[in-house]
Design a protein around this ligand. Sequence first.
Ligand code: GDP
Length: 159
Amino acid sequence: MRRRRYNRAAIIRLGNLAIMAVERTLSIIKPDATRRNLTGKINARFEDRGIRIVAQKRVRLSRAQAEDFYAVHRERPFFADLVKFMISGPVVIQVLEGDNAVALNREIMGATNPANAAPGTIRKDFAVSIEANSVHGSDSAETARNEIAFFFAGSEICP
Ligand code: GDP
């Protein structure tokens, strides 16, 4: 079996016992993937690694939502194209839950640019380009909390 790389911050130590922390992270299946009917194949990648999809909705983002969600990239040269891409079709927004879910999801997704993504990752197998790279995943536990709250009320998350 492949060894998983765990984020040390997600491991709680109790004396000699190391307990993995159950985390939640935000995932978005992007328009290039929904267009090619890949939602089920991508969800299988998560579930096969022990991640539970505890909330999920398929929506069309408004321009304002996409701009707010990616506000951290507002000054980047690709911002306008990224927003245009994210509103070009439906997305599937999800809350993923599991041990070390933030880092594990980033590992399952692969590098931003599919040309650099490891074999067997979602982006290596499905992404079209550095922009149309099939999935979004929160990059830290703190970002995850903010991104989940951006899209979901607590009552919509059903573990
Ligand atoms: P991520 O956390 O791996 O999604 O990567 P980033 O937070 O750096 O970028 C957010 C998203 O912007 C990426 O997933 C891509 O969809 C897009 N993006 C990142 N870098 C580029 C780029 O150089 N060109 C274009 N067109 N899009 C990019």
